[in-house]
Design a protein around this ligand. Structure first.
Ligand code: SF4
Length: 233
């Protein structure tokens, strides 16, 4: 396991790994992460599916899987989280915002997600994640290049300058078909909403079903001129 935990060392490590692992399989990338970081890396999951958590648990059984409970999730998403914890060899960690939805409504007015979704995401997603990642050197995402134009340049390993961590996206090169094949082959848990017309699953007030021919993320913040929550920007 590496002893490189300083910011400069992690940045150098991320840059070289990003080059060396570009053509590596998702399993190889996660094995590298397990060997390099041991328990100092985690997976983040929106509980849309458990593909990356499944891959990571094979590389490091018992790995931490971080889930952001914004207070606005569909019941199916919470159910998926509970099922993942029950049946997979992972340690699910649920992060919550500083304010409950009721407290946020009292302080900022109801339905902040309609009026200022960037502020809502900053408080309910970005801030809890930033705090939750403090104890790790690296984090794993499920970002894929084919999800949307804004994700087309996702590196498999990069340095997350904002948080000072190595950011690993082991399925960046996968297609939607690759995901579906992995789910079928390994019987991986998926959010039931994916079978109900949703292409990507986020908070209920900001997620709608897809229309024919749309990108998988087109149902997120539809009509609000927003495509990302701020975690990955
Ligand atoms: S996705 Fe919508 S409800 Fe969820 S935190 Fe962002 S703005 Fe708020």
């Amino acid at each position: 396991m590496t002893t490189a935990t300083g910011t400069d060392a992690l940045r150098a490590l991320a840059l070289s790994a990003g080059r060396d692992l570009e053509e590596a399989s998702a399993s190889e990338i996660l094995s590298w992460a397990a060997e390099t970081f041991g328990g100092r890396f985690c997976v983040t999951s929106s509980m849309e599916d458990a593909v990356v958590a499944h891959l990571a648990s094979r590389a490091l059984p018992g790995i931490d899987v971080v889930f952001l409970d914004t207070g606005y999730h569909f019941p199916e998403t919470i159910g998926t989280r509970d099922a993942v914890q029950a049946v997979m060899d992972v340690n699910v960690i649920t992060l919550t915002p500083r304010l409950s939805v009721a407290e946020q409504d009292a302080e900022y007015g109801p339905r902040l997600h309609d009026r200022d979704p960037d502020l809502c995401c900053a408080m309910r997603k970005v801030a809890p994640l930033d705090a939750g990642l403090e104890g790790y050197d690296a984090w794993v995402t499920g970002l894929r290049r084919d999800e949307s134009p804004t994700r087309a340049g996702t590196p498999v390993v990069a340095f997350d300058e904002k948080r000072g961590k190595v950011k690993i996206s082991p399925i960046a090169r996968w297609t939607q078909e690759d995901v579906e094949q992995y789910v079928a082959e390994h019987g991986v848990l998926t959010n039931p909403l994916l079978m109900d017309g949703y292409g990507s699953v986020g908070c209920a007030p900001c997620t709608r079903r897809l229309l024919a021919g749309e990108d998988t993320r087109a149902g997120r913040w539809s009509g609000r001129g927003k495509t990302e929550c701020g975690i990955h920007t």
